[in-house]
Unconditional design. Structure first.
Length: 285
């Protein structure tokens, strides 16, 4: 079938016009560079316990979702003039690099760049905890510990401040459990509401595997110990973010407190787990 000459001419003109359309900046992007993130802690959190492990940033430029980038990063933006960015902090859920998520307990960083195509701009994303969040406790072991005697306060291997907690498993122990307990008139356990975002942050280093868990306290006086995350030995101080929301939603208990259990598997001769800056964060009721 032969096409009308007029149609062919119009089609060719349309294709040529489309091939020349390179976007608002002639197809030349500008670049945004972000090396690391800064966290501004609430007033009652000391500088020594203001630790963070923001691994990724999730970026929106104007109406466009640009996706997630692992820090440090450098990426092109094919937009011009004044571009508003919304950058959300990303963490690795339970320390797993294959599970990056937007950390919902912090506000996004919002800023604007008057961009010139071809130029590179550097920005340090700065995040704050949401005003609606409640940091129920921030155990930094600077003065004391609210755990039982299996978690001692020590100055050994400290990286942040002057103290940290230590659980030691001897060669003849199979496991040693440190439980958060009531102190100074009963500050633990804590009421947590199902349906809220609830997270635990902490720093650790360890030469033994250990469990991080929660103990649920029910209205009839019974309890349930819930292992949350098995943490493997780590020679260097590392921060981990553990989501507690689903556990609270399924348990439906009145209150909760945390526990950590050092393990001595076959082939181990015992050892220690060091913990610091243990922080429970949830929405205000």
């Amino acid at each position: 079938m032969k096409l009308p000459v007029t149609f062919v001419v119009v089609l060719i003109a349309f294709l040529l016009a489309g091939s020349c359309n390179k976007g608002p900046t002639g197809g030349i992007p500008f670049y945004l560079k972000m090396d690391t993130a800064v966290i501004i802690a609430p007033p009652h959190v000391s500088a020594s316990s203001n630790t963070q492990e923001i691994e990724d940033v999730w970026v929106t430029a104007g109406p466009n979702n640009l996706g997630a980038y692992e820090l440090p990063c450098l990426f092109p933006v094919l937009m011009g003039d004044s571009v508003q960015f919304v950058v959300n902090p990303g963490v690795w859920l339970s320390g797993q690099s294959g599970s990056p998520v937007v950390y919902p307990m912090m506000n996004p960083d919002v800023f604007t760049i008057a961009a010139t195509p071809g130029k590179t701009y550097t920005h340090i994303p700065t995040f704050t905890y949401k005003a609606a969040d409640s940091i129920t406790f921030n155990e930094d072991f600077e003065v004391s510990s609210d755990y039982n005697s299996n978690m001692i306060r020590t100055s050994d291997s400290v990286k942040y401040g002057h103290g940290c907690g230590r659980i030691t498993v001897g060669p003849n122990d199979s496991a040693v459990t440190a439980c958060q307990q009531a102190y100074l008139g009963g500050a633990a356990p804590y009421p947590l509401t199902p349906g809220q975002e609830i997270w635990v942050e902490m720093d650790y280093k360890s030469d033994i595997p250990f469990w991080s868990g929660a103990i649920a306290h029910f209205s009839d006086g019974s309890t349930d110990s819930i292992p949350l995350l098995l943490i493997l030995p780590q020679a260097n101080w590392t921060k981990v973010y553990i989501k507690l929301s689903e556990t609270v939603g399924s348990e439906g208990a009145l209150t909760y407190n945390l526990f950590f259990q050092g393990l001595n598997p076959s082939g181990f001769a015992g050892g220690s787990a060091y913990l610091d800056n243990i922080r429970l964060i949830h929405l205000l009721n």
